[in-house]
Ligand binder design. Sequence first.
Ligand code: HEM
Length: 537
Amino acid sequence: NHKQVIDENSKDKQLEQFRVNNEGTKMTTNQALKVSNDEESLKAGIRGPTLMEDFHFREKLTHFDNERIPERVVHARGYAAHGFFELYESMKEFTKAGFLQEPGTKTPVFTRFSNVVGSKGSADTVRDVRGFAVKFYTEEGNYDLVGNNIPIFFIQDGIKFPDLVHAIQPEPHNEMPQAASAHDTFWDFVANNQESAHMVMWLMSDRAIPRSWRMMEGFGVHTFRFVNEQGKGRFVKFHWKPALGVHSLVWDEAQKISGKDPDFQRRDLWESIEHGNFAEYELGVQMIDEKDEFMFDFDVLDATKLWPEEIVPVKIFGKMTLNRNVDNVFAETEQVAFHPGNVVPGIDFTNDPLLQGRLFSYLDTQLIRLGGPNFTEIPINRAVCPFHNNQRNGYSRQRIDVGQVSYHKNSLADNTPSTSTAKEGGFVHYAEKVEGRIIQARSDSFKDFFSQARLFWNSMSPPEKQHITDAFIFEVGKVASKSVRQQVVDMFANVDEGLAIHIADGVGVNPPTGKQVNVKASSPALSQENTTRVPYT
Ligand code: HEM
């Protein structure tokens, strides 16, 4: 009989106390001293040197000098909006998450869309993966669903993330290019880390040039876990489905828009919301019962594989509406801190080794990006429910913790943890059974790099196949190293030989040799005889 006490306006109300409008106010220093001259610094005599004593001058310049904080190490270019999530039907059977119990429950959200690779000032419409990060301000604490607009990922293990990002970001010697995939190190990484094949197929497809953030899907990517009140767990994958459907640009449009309006996608979101055309997405999950964990030819812990929706349908259970633009991009969009580790009771992790890497990385980076351990007190990051613990001090601490006790266990204050009962709601990690030896390996299906990439290719219409081929030729064509171009052609022959031949033709290397590594026994035979150059009709 859960009744949520917060509503869709709870976050807005909380933020209200921090809003400051300087219209019609008298200027003061940060110490609230009234300023009489904001144009001339203090000088000794009419033509003399500026005086150190001019505290207003020093304060103004010092504050300006310190306006920058580090960009996010990835997903630096992004834009966000406020809104709410409304539950259509109770998910009680599957999860005890408070905000998913009573149909009609509204939970405030803050959603940030982003490009993975370019810097904060790069263009919106480049070919790239889009981030799709949602913070739900629930009454049980903040829940972050930090996803992308592509359902899978480049790598299978968090330990490879720095390698991926170093290869995909601008090259260190010349800081080029801002776009993800038109350069040597990216394709060298791909050819030598072939688990990326499936993701690269999506990246070369129209999915990587969405027409609008309002017209793209979002995916949690990893396998997470729903846990219900009885303690039963289920594997889940999260899906956002846009009300406007999925639409993409074509490459020529994307390039022209990059030049004419690098802010195209943020402008689209901002203006739609200003005009009352709110962005809407339904939320659903695919679910696999724990007893069926090994029923599939993919491992549910492998983030380079999706669960085909024909086999595991998406159950839609609610809708997010983004209906309010931010008041201040720095205060909100730039300072917001998402973290896949921010969960609520009823939503838990799995042993996906990529997810496990993320669970470490986000807090670690935010400590430096947002200047120390107190960034949860920044208004946009504050939970709407009260939070208390024995942590204390640190840079820019804003709370004034009143009381003598900041340790556990104690007898002087009654500040104990909660039990896991429904009434108290304390978070308890899922009691998954774990066995086996400590090793650095994964199940065999992790090594099947091409089956789903081929499935993706085969599901494309002729124009979509043409776009993918053109994208490969455009992007791989920018690679200076002939050896890397050849490796890419040889690798993608494992997906489709015709595709590889077209790429080879377009980027000036030999057709695939048929000597690829990592070809599964089930892959079609690769020989020069059965390669034909047919247009995609
Ligand atoms: C941002 C690490 C994989 C989605 C970030 C940030 C880091 C990071 C350090 C910057 C966070 C910040 O400064 O606040 C990693 C690592 C990964 C990984 C180590 C793999 C082990 C993924 C995957 C997804 C994803 C698979 C999608 C499911 C995002 C999004 C953001 C982000 C959407 C931007 C959040 C925002 O808008 O502020 N990631 N990431 N990342 N990551 Fe990941």
